[in-house]
Structures are given as structure tokens and as C-alpha cells.
Design a protein around this ligand. Structure first.
Ligand code: BGC
Length: 246
């Protein structure tokens, strides 16, 4: 079975039909740039371009980089235009896509769902936490494979600052940190999350998961196992489609 998945990110809106049995893209994905400012109207136009590129007319799952309740309503917008707050994103996208069946989920939750089914968390019981390091820090918390949605652990306080302001990949770039300097911040963050949740496994997602060998050596002293995500760039698209499938 196939469902269309769209990942709405800070720089790009990417989508493709997803083969749900394989947990992989059924066709090469199509990407358009995220408009700036990333307003609901502008993003909806980008989503329409991506979906129409494939002539898709079936159900669509979308990720959003903020809290999303009931597959529909956006409650926070830390790294996108503030006019998203309280937007019924499902209604907006459904209208722009000519009435297609639409589900919207938090981006990290989508990536986590895909990693648990087809990637680094496959078959893992107990508490597993996926953290995505990008413009912000996203989190997906699972216990025995069941997701606790919208956990927002990137906004925990670390050394008097919001964790994602200190330890996201954007923070690494903004503050020109070496892998070692950034790795020490990530270690302090993981130690804090570990103190609160005692997970068995951390899965590290986001673009940095491709360069895990550069920072994993600095994450010593954390008790939980730490592994890079496996689906990398496509986890959001695959997870969005899985959530839309119900
Ligand atoms: C948002 C989260 C999101 C994360 C990654 C955070 O700023 O609050 O909802 O998952 O960024 O995009």
C-alpha cells in the first residue's frame, strides 16, 4: 500500500509516495524551497507543488516542526512563522490539495515512528528516545514501541538556556563550534534527558546522523546505548505516511 508523505522543514518541503510495506520511498522524492517567511499560506502552496508533481490523489501525511494535536491543529511554532499557532493545518492543506484526506504530525514524532518500524529502533522494547538535531531539537519518546506524542524535549533548560539554542546543529553553525565542543553540549543534554527518563536507547536523527562518527566519541558517560538514525533524510516522509495510514 502507498500513502504520500511530506516533510515540512526549515529549508525544504520534500515529499514522495511511500511504500508502507517496505518503509521506503516508492519514487524519488521531490523538493521545493520553504518560503521565507514560512507562513501557512506560503507553505501550503509549496506542499501543493510537491503533491501535484506526482499527480497524487490519495491520502497525504505531513510533518510539521511544532506541536500538532489530533493530526490537525498546530499549537507551537518555535522555528517557523508565528502565525501558525492555532492554525487548523489539516483543514488548510486539505483545502489547498482539493479535498484530499490529510493528517499532520510533529516532525520528530514522524521520524521516530519510521525509525521504530524500519530503522534503528526496530524491535526495541523499553524506553527509546529519538532526538533530531537540526534547526531545533525534536524528540519522540516510545515505551514498548508506543509513542508519547509531542514531547518537545528540545525546549528543556540546559545551563540556563533552552537546550535547542545550545545544542542543535544550527547552534553548532551559529556559534562556529567544533565537533568536540558541540559533542560536549550534546553529551550534557543527553545526560539531562537520561536523568529524567532513563531510556535504554537514544537514536540520534537529523542531518548530523550521517556524520555520527564525528561526535559519538564525545558522548561518553551516558549509560543508555546511543545509535545514529538509519533512515536519515527520509524518516519524516516515511513516518508522516505511516501516521496517515493510522
Ligand atoms: C519544535 C519541535 C520540533 C523540533 C524539530 C522544535 O523547536 O518545538 O516541535 O519537533 O523543533 O523541528
Amino acid at each position: 500500500m502507498q500513502i504520500f508523505g511530506v516533510d515540512i522543514g526549515g529549508s525544504g518541503i520534500k515529499g514522495a509516495p511511500v511504500d508502507l510495506d517496505r518503509g521506503d520511498l516508492a519514487q524519488e522524492r521531490h523538493k521545493v524551497l520553504t518560503p521565507s517567511p514560512a507562513t501557512p499560506d506560503g507553505v501550503a502552496d509549496g506542499v501543493k507543488q510537491v503533491v501535484e508533481h506526482f499527480g497524487w490523489t490519495g491520502p497525504v501525511g505531513l510533518t510539521f516542526p511544532g506541536v500538532v494535536t489530533d493530526g490537525a491543529t498546530v499549537l507551537t511554532a518555535a522555528n517557523v512563522d508565528k502565525s501558525w499557532v492555532d492554525t487548523d493545518a489539516r483543514a488548510l492543506f486539505r483545502e489547498r490539495l482539493g479535498g484530499l484526506d490529510v493528517t499532520v504530525v510533529n516532525d520528530a514524532d514522524a521520524a521516530g515512528v519510521a525509525e521504530m518500524a524500519f530503522g534503528a529502533g526496530r524491535g526495541r522494547r523499553g524506553t527509546v528516545i529519538l532526538l533530531t538535531f537540526g534547526t531545533g531539537i525534536g524528540s519522540a519518546v516510545f515505551h514498548d514501541g508506543v509513542l508519547v506524542p509531542n514531547t518537545e524535549l528540545g525546549h528543556l533548560e540546559l545551563d540556563g538556556h533552552e537546550a535547542e539554542k545550545r545544542a542543535s546543529s544550527k547552534a553548532k553553525e551559529d556559534h562556529d563550534l567544533t565537533w568536540e565542543q558541540w559533542g560536549h553540549r550534546v553529551r550534557a543534554y543527553l545526560a539531562h534527558v537520561e536523568m529524567l527518563f532513563s531510556p535504554e536507547l537514544f537514536v540520534i536523527g537529523g542531518g548530523v546522523s550521517r556524520k555520527a562518527h564525528k561526535f559519538l566519541p564525545y558522548l561518553d558517560g551516558v549509560r543508555a546505548e546511543i545509535v545514529p538514525a538509519r533512515l536519515q533524510n527520509n524518516a519524516g516522509i516515511v513516518g508522516a505516511a505511516m501516521r496517515a495510514a493510522g
